[in-house]
Design a protein around this ligand. Structure first.
Ligand code: ANZ
Ligand code: ZN
Length: 711
């Protein structure tokens, strides 16, 4: 309220109070007529159409575009009312403002709706797009509608395919058999980011299992370093909270990779550690159950031992990644009869398989140091493995036999040969340098960020532009053959199976390389692909030769103010950053970060809970707008809470905003003759009328205050 309240009261305070007199009623604030009239005028005069114009300062104001779910909800209204206020304000200040709107139109709800309402995803989506566009127009938002982008439009998604091929050319696209997150009820693969709340589907919330499938990946990890670095240097206009979330999501760890030779298996285990300084405290090696060596062990072992191992692998396989990585969860292990050689001492170290070792982090294997890692400590106490302290707290003395918890803090090295006595901060770099010199380890930076699993076994998305040829393998569709059109006249019968698989006439094609009969790839792209570059398309929405024009994008980008929900802190906002860096690398645009300033708006709350369909506490914007007018709703929304905070919906507040606008209206109406006769600007000394003089003074102080507050 620190921002909006003063604006409100500043304006409010100078308006004379009125009772509800007969006169008031005759001069009723007829918002319907007023809003319809001005919306028409804006359209006729093309007030909000922006053009690339390097001679003028630009401002790119953008809100996260909506999914065309059918109707606007109050969260949309809140988001867009903020952006619209800013866009209008900056236009008045003389800036060339780009303020576009579009629809993130691919995705699963269209398929579900198609089944439920016996329609086609294409028809359902386009109906919703048109309906929501008319709703947005009736809200009076000042979008440049000529620039509307719909991601399910072939004129858009062909460029998804084109960009995908550019990534392929640069070696950023690959296929891999992968244990993927599988949601049985949605019948689809989910990205890691889409698995939430301890192993549940982000959309339907049923529990997620693992399944092995050949999938398409994008090597976003090639950009991991730049993505973290730029958080510090280029995202100063972002909320600290989002910066922290991205830093954690990318999860950069510095450390070392070391090796354990396993002569009996003719294998070398690699392990990543952030604490090479504890290398003398290793008492076991642990592998993730999915580690490739486990299979080899099972082959080598006599039947009963092999069964014990594979039973354990199956048992852990049933646990979710979240369960397994939870620090407090029970540690489960299975000892193998094999040993690895300690990299420094050469002593045999027993190899275990453990549930808390994750397969897709580091190398899926660890050096176990129970004295200084709590997870390892819990594990060793449970299975009776020795604990050897190699760091002592200052002034203290740890005894491996009696310790009750791992000592994870910094201290002084001990039991570590020539390194005894070194404080941890010094021991880590000194020992890694020594280890590298001796060939025992190599410095390594590790990221938590995984490559982006891009393929979906779904219909309503961008077809991945590849074909499968019996002779040439997986072959890209030549650029001049794009787009690979998604058939529109399709009946979806079952969410679990893409109808594309049952369309032989669509699947059948010829190989672009050898001309033999070939089959189209039936997987479609994750819809986050669409939303990773749409802000560029707004800059040249009608381009038929390229996804966008360099001159337009270099003028408009980066987005000066981006507004959207905090739920996109890690998904969309990392992908969009990655795309921008990639597009800059292939010479398509200048900037390497898409969003200069980010505002994550709060939620709309009613009766103490987030307004949502599932809770049945939604207020339909359409009804409220019909009753009070769009200006009232927008005014209330901006007034009722600071943008980042949650907003408590209150119909009384809405009524208040409506009464206020009524007073503004009547005040101007009452003084219309004087206002007209004096013209504008009115020199202060010509203002005989004390009311007008007061009016003028207050107008100026208000402009000053409002400008400052909006800034
Ligand atoms: C030995 C050690 C000793 C470790 C010590 C820590 C403390 P961050 O910081 O998140 O990068 N680790 C490595 N790969 C793992 C995997 N696939 N699953 C589970 N744990 C794994 O964590 C790096 C540390 O996490 C590594 O350093 C390793 O344990 C463990 F006193 O190695 B440490
Ligand atoms: Zn071929």
């Amino acid at each position: 309220k620190a921002i909006i309240l003063p604006i409100f009261f500043q304006i409010f305070s100078f308006l004379p109070e009125h009772g509800t007199t007969e006169e008031d009623r005759t001069m009723a604030y007829n918002f319907q007529a007023i809003e319809a009239k001005w919306q028409r005028v804006w359209q006729e005069k093309r007030c909000f159409e922006a053009e690339t114009d390097p001679s003028r300062p630009k401002f790119y104001c953008l809100e996260m575009f909506p999914y065309p779910s059918g109707a606007l909800h109050m969260g949309h209204i809140r988001n867009y009312s903020m952006g619209d206020m800013l866009a209008r304000f900056l236009r008045k200040k003389g800036m060339n403002v780009l303020y576009p709107m579009g629809f993130d139109a691919f995705g699963m709800p269209a398929e579900n709706a198609a089944i439920k309402y016996r329609t086609k995803p294409h028809d359902w989506t386009w109906n919703n797009i048109e309906h929501m566009t008319s709703q947005l127009k009736s809200m009076g938002y000042s979008y440049d509608w000529r620039r509307r982008v719909e991601t399910c439009n072939p004129n858009y998604y062909r460029w998804n395919q084109w960009i995908f091929l550019q990534m392929y050319k640069k070696g950023l696209v690959y296929r891999k058999e992968a244990p993927v997150n599988w949601c049985e009820s949605c019948g689809t693969v989910l990205a890691n980011e889409q698995v939430v709340d301890g192993g549940h589907c982000w959309r339907c919330h049923s529990s997620v299992t693992k399944k092995n499938l050949r999938q398409w990946f994008i090597k976003i990890t090639d950009y991991a370093q730049e993505l973290v670095d730029d958080i510090e240097t280029k995202l100063g206009g972002w909320p600290e909270r989002v910066r922290i979330m991205q830093r954690n999501w990318i999860g950069r760890s510095e450390g070392a990779q070391l090796t354990f030779r396993v002569p009996e298996l003719d294998y070398t285990i690699e392990a990543f550690t952030t604490r090479f300084d504890t290398v003398f405290g290793i008492t076991f090696i642990a592998l993730a159950p999915e580690h490739e060596l486990v299979g080899r062990m099972i082959e080598r072992l006599p039947e009963d031992e092999a069964r014990k191992l594979s039973d354990f692998v199956a048992q852990v396989g049933a646990q979710s990644a979240i369960e397994r990585s939870d620090a407090g969860a029970e540690k489960l292990g299975c000892k193998t009869p094999f040993c690895g050689r300690h990299p420094v001492t050469g002593k045999p170290i027993p190899i275990w398989i453990a549930n808390y070792i994750l397969t897709d982090y580091g190398t899926g294997a660890i050096m176990g140091v129970p004295a200084h890692d709590q997870r390892d400590f819990d594990f060793c106490r449970k299975y009776g493995i020795e604990v050897i302290p190699v760091i002592q707290p200052e002034g203290g003395h740890l005894d491996g036999a009696t310790m009750t918890a791992a000592f994870e803090d910094d201290g002084i090295a001990c039991n570590s040969g020539q390194f005894d006595g070194l404080p941890t901060a010094q021991a880590i770099p000194t020992m890694i340098a020594w280890g590298e010199h001796e060939g025992l380890c190599k410095r390594e930076v590790n990221f938590r960020l995984r490559d982006w699993l891009i393929s979906r076994q779904r219909y309503w998305g961008t077809p991945i532009p590849f074909v499968h040829c019996p002779h040439c393998g997986v072959v890209p569709v030549p650029e001049e053959q794009l787009p690979v059109l998604l058939p529109e006249d399709v009946e979806v019968k079952d969410v679990g199976r893409s109808p594309l698989l049952d369309m032989p006439e669509w699947l059948a094609t010829t190989c672009p390389q050898c001309g033999a009969p070939a089959t189209r790839e039936a997987d479609t792209m994750d819809t986050f692909f669409c939303s990773s570059w749409y802000f560029n398309r707004y800059c040249s929405p009608d381009d038929t030769k390229a996804p966008f024009e360099r001159a337009d994008v270099d003028y408009w980008m980066a987005v000066d103010q981006y507004i959207g929900g905090i739920e996109h802190a890690c998904l969309h906002l990392i992908y969009a950053r990655f795309f921008t860096k990639f597009l800059a690398d292939i010479g398509m645009m200048k900037v390497r970060e898409p969003f200069i300033n980010l505002l994550t708006q709060g939620m709309v709350i009613k009766d103490g809970a987030k307004m949502s369909k599932s809770l049945g506490n939604v207020v339909d914007p359409t009804e409220i707008v019909e009753k009070y007018g769009a200006d009232t709703v927008r005014l209330f929304i901006l007034f009722a809470a600071p943008p980042q905070n949650d907003l408590d919906w209150s119909e009384r507040g809405v009524e208040g905003a409506n009464r206020f606008l009524g007073r503004v209206w009547r005040y101007v109406e009452e003084h219309l003759d004087v206002l007209r006769s004096t013209g504008d600007p009115i020199p202060m000394n010509r203002l005989q009328d004390p009311v007008l003089r007061d009016f003028k003074r207050r107008i100026h102080t208000t402009i000053e205050a409002v400008s400052r507050d909006i800034d």
